[in-house]
Design a protein around this ligand. Sequence first.
Ligand code: SF4
Length: 341
Amino acid sequence: MLYLTEPGRLGELFPDEPKYRTDQLTEWLYTHPVLSAGSMTNLPLSMREKIGSEHWPFSLDIEQSADSGRTKKWLFRCTDGSPIEAVLMGYATRTTLCISSQVGCAMGCSFCATGQFGFDRHLDAGEIVAQVAYANAFLAETPLPRSPERVTNVVFMGMGEPLANYGNTIESIRRMTETMGMSARSITVSTVGFVPGMRRLIEEPWPVNLAVSLHSTIPSERSKLVPINDRYPIADVIDAAKDYYETKGRRVSLEWTLIAGENDSDEEAIGLARVARQIHAHVNVIPLNPTPLSNDVPPSHDHIRRFIGTLKREGANVTLRDTRGKDIDAACGQLRLRSEA
Ligand code: SF4
């Protein structure tokens, strides 16, 4: 499995080949990825044949398309049958890939399909970075309409809590930046408030973006939506986010999945704006993409407007995020849910 081997050790898999061959292979895997080894045109046939089924650490199980072809959702199957979800979204100036860091998730957020499955295993760094490579290989053959033909932004917002799989997340970021050549500033690590990981991330050399899923500022409410709040209380999460901003100079974003009757009150909007002002954060409000495993629904359009209006009046910088791919189960864990139903 080529991506499961660190780039610097690929030569060990091909002991009879000169070093420049593994340099060429590294380029095909990371810099100019291709969907099949047959397209690695400057490698000898014997090497391409050996790569064959060892090329990707997963196979494509389901591909769905939405938003006039500008959103693609993939469900991959690892060799052990584990599912991985990734969503590719094309915009005028960026092509963003949402990737998974774990199979399932132990955090158990009440509104999230992945959380309802529980935790299976961590993804290896190679299984994480291969999602980005696959997207670039796909785009080289089939660009999304009116969007950059390469992944310009990566967000760790698919299945899993990336900071609970710290070593593999960091190694995947190392490969994205050092081997693929991506800017760390175009990578966003999203956490539900895993404080030890947030603190370790402050010490890393890369200025990646940090997104913190807050969902409520009222501790008892937050614990209902995000049970890890019992272990890492919101005050500690906000402290760590503030330290991240002050040390890295990168503005943190606060993610807020808006759920009717749960976290859409004026009191919540005022509390969220207060936190955003305190740590100079940007707020992203995402109306809930409902899952069949829960009765939660998003608020009405009028109510969403009112919530956003209150945030703005209270001095928060806020963006209402579109919910791409609503018709293809694009919220994390939903494609897996469909495939296993
Ligand atoms: S929202 Fe994120 S952290 Fe929470 S259960 Fe789902 S995948 Fe895990």
